[in-house]
Design a protein around this ligand. Sequence first.
Ligand SMILES: Nc1ncnc2c1ncn2[C@@H]1O[C@H](COP(=O)(O)OP(=O)(O)OP(=O)(O)O)[C@@H](O)[C@H]1O
Ligand SMILES: [Mg+2]
Length: 268
Amino acid sequence: MRALAGVSLAVEEGEFFGLLGPNGAGKTTLINVVAGLVRADAGSVRVMGADVVRDYRSARRRLGVVPQELVFDPFFTVRETLRIQSGYYGIRGNDAWIDEVMQHLDLTAKADVNMRALSGGMKRRVLVAQALVHKPPVIVLDEPTAGVDVELRQGLWQFITRLNRDGHTIVLTTHYLEEAELHCSRIAMLKAGRIVALDSTRNLLARFGGSRTTARVVARDGRQFTLELAGYGDLEPQLARLRAQGVEIADLELDRPDLEQVFLALTS
Ligand SMILES: Nc1ncnc2c1ncn2[C@@H]1O[C@H](COP(=O)(O)OP(=O)(O)OP(=O)(O)O)[C@@H](O)[C@H]1O
Ligand SMILES: [Mg+2]
Protein backbone atom coordinates (compact mmCIF):
# COMPACT_ATOMS: atom_id res chain seq x y z
CA MET A 1 0.00 0.00 0.00
CA ARG A 2 1.19 3.50 -0.79
CA ALA A 3 0.74 6.15 1.89
CA LEU A 4 0.85 8.87 -0.79
CA ALA A 5 0.34 8.65 -4.54
CA GLY A 6 0.44 11.35 -7.17
CA VAL A 7 0.27 14.17 -4.66
CA SER A 8 1.20 17.39 -6.40
CA LEU A 9 0.54 20.80 -4.95
CA ALA A 10 2.12 24.18 -4.49
CA VAL A 11 1.50 26.38 -1.48
CA GLU A 12 2.01 30.07 -2.24
CA GLU A 13 4.24 32.24 -0.12
CA GLY A 14 2.21 33.94 2.60
CA GLU A 15 -0.73 31.62 2.19
CA PHE A 16 -2.79 30.06 5.01
CA PHE A 17 -3.24 26.57 3.61
CA GLY A 18 -5.30 23.69 4.98
CA LEU A 19 -4.48 20.02 4.57
CA LEU A 20 -7.54 18.00 5.50
CA GLY A 21 -8.55 14.38 5.34
CA PRO A 22 -9.80 11.49 7.45
CA ASN A 23 -7.55 9.47 9.78
CA GLY A 24 -4.90 7.64 7.79
CA ALA A 25 -5.33 9.81 4.67
CA GLY A 26 -1.60 10.60 4.58
CA LYS A 27 -1.44 14.14 6.02
CA THR A 28 1.28 13.42 8.56
CA THR A 29 3.20 11.33 6.04
CA LEU A 30 3.15 14.25 3.61
CA ILE A 31 4.35 16.62 6.33
CA ASN A 32 7.11 14.18 7.28
CA VAL A 33 8.25 14.09 3.66
CA VAL A 34 8.30 17.90 3.59
CA ALA A 35 10.24 17.96 6.87
CA GLY A 36 12.78 15.49 5.47
CA LEU A 37 11.91 12.90 8.12
CA VAL A 38 10.55 10.40 5.62
CA ARG A 39 12.06 9.80 2.21
CA ALA A 40 9.54 9.46 -0.62
CA ASP A 41 10.52 6.80 -3.17
CA ALA A 42 9.56 9.13 -6.01
CA GLY A 43 9.05 12.83 -6.54
CA SER A 44 10.51 15.89 -4.90
CA VAL A 45 9.60 18.62 -2.44
CA ARG A 46 11.03 22.11 -2.21
CA VAL A 47 10.66 24.59 0.60
CA MET A 48 11.11 28.09 -0.80
CA GLY A 49 13.32 26.66 -3.50
CA ALA A 50 15.38 24.36 -1.29
CA ASP A 51 15.06 20.64 -2.09
CA VAL A 52 14.29 18.77 1.14
CA VAL A 53 16.68 15.93 0.29
CA ARG A 54 19.56 17.55 -1.62
CA ASP A 55 19.48 20.80 0.33
CA TYR A 56 18.22 19.47 3.63
CA ARG A 57 19.76 22.11 5.90
CA SER A 58 18.40 25.12 3.98
CA ALA A 59 15.00 23.51 3.65
CA ARG A 60 14.90 22.71 7.38
CA ARG A 61 15.92 26.25 8.32
CA ARG A 62 12.99 27.69 6.36
CA LEU A 63 10.55 25.32 7.97
CA GLY A 64 9.03 25.02 11.43
CA VAL A 65 7.00 21.88 12.03
CA VAL A 66 4.66 21.31 14.95
CA PRO A 67 4.42 17.51 15.00
CA GLN A 68 1.26 15.60 15.80
CA GLU A 69 2.95 13.33 18.33
CA LEU A 70 4.16 14.65 21.66
CA VAL A 71 7.83 13.70 22.00
CA PHE A 72 10.11 15.33 24.56
CA ASP A 73 13.15 14.96 26.67
CA PRO A 74 11.53 14.87 30.11
CA PHE A 75 14.59 16.12 31.99
CA PHE A 76 14.72 19.66 30.64
CA THR A 77 12.62 22.64 31.59
CA VAL A 78 10.53 24.47 29.02
CA ARG A 79 13.10 27.25 28.64
CA GLU A 80 15.98 24.76 28.35
CA THR A 81 14.06 22.81 25.72
CA LEU A 82 13.61 25.99 23.67
CA ARG A 83 17.25 27.01 24.10
CA ILE A 84 18.46 23.58 22.99
CA GLN A 85 16.17 23.74 19.98
CA SER A 86 17.65 27.16 19.10
CA GLY A 87 21.09 25.59 19.37
CA TYR A 88 20.17 23.04 16.69
CA TYR A 89 19.85 25.99 14.32
CA GLY A 90 23.07 27.56 15.57
CA ILE A 91 21.19 30.40 17.23
CA ARG A 92 22.60 31.73 20.49
CA GLY A 93 21.19 34.54 22.62
CA ASN A 94 17.67 33.79 21.49
CA ASP A 95 16.06 34.60 24.86
CA ALA A 96 14.15 37.70 23.77
CA TRP A 97 12.33 35.75 21.05
CA ILE A 98 11.90 32.70 23.31
CA ASP A 99 10.30 34.96 25.93
CA GLU A 100 7.98 36.48 23.34
CA VAL A 101 6.92 33.08 22.01
CA MET A 102 6.35 31.75 25.55
CA GLN A 103 4.27 34.79 26.36
CA HIS A 104 2.05 34.39 23.30
CA LEU A 105 1.52 30.73 24.14
CA ASP A 106 0.88 31.48 27.82
CA LEU A 107 3.89 29.40 28.83
CA THR A 108 5.79 32.02 30.81
CA ALA A 109 4.64 30.70 34.19
CA LYS A 110 5.92 27.23 33.18
CA ALA A 111 9.31 28.39 31.86
CA ASP A 112 11.27 26.66 34.63
CA VAL A 113 9.08 23.58 34.99
CA ASN A 114 10.36 20.22 33.77
CA MET A 115 8.72 18.89 30.64
CA ARG A 116 7.59 15.69 32.40
CA ALA A 117 5.55 17.75 34.87
CA LEU A 118 3.46 19.47 32.17
CA SER A 119 -0.06 18.51 31.20
CA GLY A 120 -0.75 17.29 27.66
CA GLY A 121 -2.07 20.65 26.50
CA MET A 122 0.93 22.45 27.97
CA LYS A 123 3.28 20.03 26.19
CA ARG A 124 1.51 20.84 22.94
CA ARG A 125 2.17 24.54 23.55
CA VAL A 126 5.87 23.76 23.93
CA LEU A 127 5.78 21.85 20.64
CA VAL A 128 4.42 24.96 18.96
CA ALA A 129 7.08 27.14 20.62
CA GLN A 130 9.81 24.69 19.56
CA ALA A 131 8.76 24.94 15.93
CA LEU A 132 9.06 28.73 16.08
CA VAL A 133 12.43 29.29 17.80
CA HIS A 134 14.22 29.98 14.51
CA LYS A 135 11.45 32.25 13.14
CA PRO A 136 10.83 30.02 10.13
CA PRO A 137 9.09 31.65 7.14
CA VAL A 138 7.05 28.47 6.62
CA ILE A 139 5.17 26.99 9.57
CA VAL A 140 3.51 23.57 9.35
CA LEU A 141 1.11 22.62 12.11
CA ASP A 142 -0.05 19.00 12.36
CA GLU A 143 -3.20 19.14 14.50
CA PRO A 144 -1.94 21.88 16.80
CA THR A 145 -5.23 22.16 18.67
CA ALA A 146 -5.79 18.47 19.47
CA GLY A 147 -6.40 18.19 23.20
CA VAL A 148 -6.05 21.90 23.75
CA ASP A 149 -8.48 23.91 25.88
CA VAL A 150 -10.67 26.72 24.57
CA GLU A 151 -8.52 29.51 25.96
CA LEU A 152 -5.27 28.33 24.44
CA ARG A 153 -7.02 27.49 21.20
CA GLN A 154 -8.07 31.12 20.90
CA GLY A 155 -4.64 32.39 21.94
CA LEU A 156 -2.98 30.02 19.51
CA TRP A 157 -5.13 31.18 16.59
CA GLN A 158 -4.47 34.79 17.44
CA PHE A 159 -0.74 34.13 17.42
CA ILE A 160 -0.80 32.08 14.23
CA THR A 161 -2.93 34.59 12.32
CA ARG A 162 -0.54 37.33 13.47
CA LEU A 163 2.42 35.33 12.17
CA ASN A 164 0.54 34.86 8.89
CA ARG A 165 -0.17 38.60 8.66
CA ASP A 166 3.53 39.21 9.24
CA GLY A 167 4.22 37.16 6.09
CA HIS A 168 4.73 33.62 7.41
CA THR A 169 3.29 30.87 5.27
CA ILE A 170 1.03 28.56 7.29
CA VAL A 171 0.13 24.95 6.49
CA LEU A 172 -2.40 23.45 8.85
CA THR A 173 -3.94 20.05 9.38
CA THR A 174 -6.89 19.75 11.71
CA HIS A 175 -9.96 17.64 12.29
CA TYR A 176 -11.79 20.72 13.56
CA LEU A 177 -13.23 21.77 10.23
CA GLU A 178 -14.63 25.03 11.51
CA GLU A 179 -11.05 26.09 12.32
CA ALA A 180 -9.94 25.32 8.79
CA GLU A 181 -12.96 27.10 7.35
CA LEU A 182 -12.26 30.18 9.43
CA HIS A 183 -8.51 30.47 8.80
CA CYS A 184 -7.51 28.71 5.58
CA SER A 185 -7.90 30.53 2.30
CA ARG A 186 -7.15 27.37 0.32
CA ILE A 187 -7.58 23.71 1.15
CA ALA A 188 -6.36 20.36 -0.11
CA MET A 189 -8.38 17.32 0.86
CA LEU A 190 -6.57 14.00 0.97
CA LYS A 191 -8.19 10.61 0.85
CA ALA A 192 -6.18 7.37 0.92
CA GLY A 193 -3.00 9.18 -0.12
CA ARG A 194 -4.52 11.11 -3.02
CA ILE A 195 -5.72 14.66 -3.39
CA VAL A 196 -9.48 14.62 -3.93
CA ALA A 197 -9.93 18.39 -3.86
CA LEU A 198 -7.65 21.40 -4.11
CA ASP A 199 -9.33 24.76 -4.23
CA SER A 200 -10.08 27.96 -2.36
CA THR A 201 -12.22 27.43 0.73
CA ARG A 202 -14.86 29.67 -0.83
CA ASN A 203 -15.06 27.59 -4.03
CA LEU A 204 -15.17 24.33 -2.10
CA LEU A 205 -18.08 25.60 -0.05
CA ALA A 206 -19.89 26.81 -3.14
CA ARG A 207 -19.26 23.65 -5.14
CA PHE A 208 -19.83 20.89 -2.62
CA GLY A 209 -21.48 22.49 0.39
CA GLY A 210 -24.80 22.91 -1.33
CA SER A 211 -25.92 26.43 -2.07
CA ARG A 212 -28.90 26.39 0.23
CA THR A 213 -29.03 28.30 3.44
CA THR A 214 -31.82 27.36 5.83
CA ALA A 215 -33.34 29.43 8.58
CA ARG A 216 -35.05 27.69 11.46
CA VAL A 217 -37.62 29.85 13.15
CA VAL A 218 -39.26 29.15 16.49
CA ALA A 219 -42.45 31.08 17.16
CA ARG A 220 -43.54 32.35 20.56
CA ASP A 221 -46.35 29.79 20.60
CA GLY A 222 -43.79 26.98 20.05
CA ARG A 223 -44.49 26.34 16.37
CA GLN A 224 -41.40 25.77 14.23
CA PHE A 225 -40.76 26.79 10.64
CA THR A 226 -37.94 25.96 8.25
CA LEU A 227 -37.24 28.56 5.60
CA GLU A 228 -35.28 27.62 2.50
CA LEU A 229 -33.32 30.72 1.49
CA ALA A 230 -31.90 31.37 -1.95
CA GLY A 231 -29.50 33.81 -0.26
CA TYR A 232 -29.30 36.05 2.77
CA GLY A 233 -31.32 38.69 0.90
CA ASP A 234 -34.19 36.24 0.98
CA LEU A 235 -34.38 36.22 4.78
CA GLU A 236 -36.18 39.52 5.43
CA PRO A 237 -39.02 38.97 2.91
CA GLN A 238 -39.62 35.45 4.21
CA LEU A 239 -39.69 36.64 7.83
CA ALA A 240 -42.06 39.41 6.82
CA ARG A 241 -44.37 36.82 5.26
CA LEU A 242 -44.39 34.83 8.53
CA ARG A 243 -45.15 37.95 10.56
CA ALA A 244 -47.97 38.80 8.17
CA GLN A 245 -49.48 35.40 9.07
CA GLY A 246 -49.42 36.45 12.73
CA VAL A 247 -46.30 34.48 13.71
CA GLU A 248 -44.33 36.06 16.55
CA ILE A 249 -40.67 35.12 16.13
CA ALA A 250 -38.98 33.99 19.34
CA ASP A 251 -35.80 32.43 17.99
CA LEU A 252 -33.96 32.18 14.70
CA GLU A 253 -31.06 29.99 13.65
CA LEU A 254 -29.26 30.04 10.32
CA ASP A 255 -27.83 26.86 8.86
CA ARG A 256 -25.37 27.64 6.10
CA PRO A 257 -23.26 25.24 4.04
CA ASP A 258 -20.10 24.39 5.92
CA LEU A 259 -16.85 22.59 5.34
CA GLU A 260 -18.12 19.51 7.12
CA GLN A 261 -20.62 18.93 4.29
CA VAL A 262 -17.86 19.41 1.73
CA PHE A 263 -15.60 17.04 3.61
CA LEU A 264 -18.24 14.32 3.86
CA ALA A 265 -19.20 14.71 0.20
CA LEU A 266 -15.57 14.26 -0.85
CA THR A 267 -14.17 11.73 1.58
CA SER A 268 -16.95 9.38 2.63
N1 LIG B 1 5.84 4.39 9.94
C1 LIG B 1 4.88 3.86 9.20
N2 LIG B 1 5.00 2.64 8.65
C2 LIG B 1 4.01 2.11 7.89
N3 LIG B 1 2.87 2.72 7.63
C3 LIG B 1 2.68 3.93 8.16
C4 LIG B 1 3.65 4.59 8.97
N4 LIG B 1 3.18 5.78 9.35
C5 LIG B 1 1.96 5.89 8.80
N5 LIG B 1 1.65 4.79 8.09
C6 LIG B 1 0.42 4.56 7.30
O1 LIG B 1 0.33 5.57 6.31
C7 LIG B 1 -1.02 5.97 6.13
C8 LIG B 1 -1.13 7.47 6.33
O2 LIG B 1 -0.88 7.79 7.69
P1 LIG B 1 -0.76 9.25 8.21
O3 LIG B 1 -0.27 9.20 9.60
O4 LIG B 1 0.00 10.05 7.23
O5 LIG B 1 -2.30 9.73 8.17
P2 LIG B 1 -2.95 11.08 8.67
O6 LIG B 1 -3.71 11.63 7.52
O7 LIG B 1 -1.95 11.94 9.32
O8 LIG B 1 -4.00 10.56 9.76
P3 LIG B 1 -4.45 11.16 11.18
O9 LIG B 1 -5.57 12.12 10.86
O10 LIG B 1 -4.94 9.98 11.92
O11 LIG B 1 -3.28 11.82 11.82
C9 LIG B 1 -1.84 5.14 7.11
O12 LIG B 1 -2.38 4.05 6.41
C10 LIG B 1 -0.83 4.70 8.15
O13 LIG B 1 -1.21 3.50 8.73
MG1 LIG C 1 -1.69 12.68 11.16
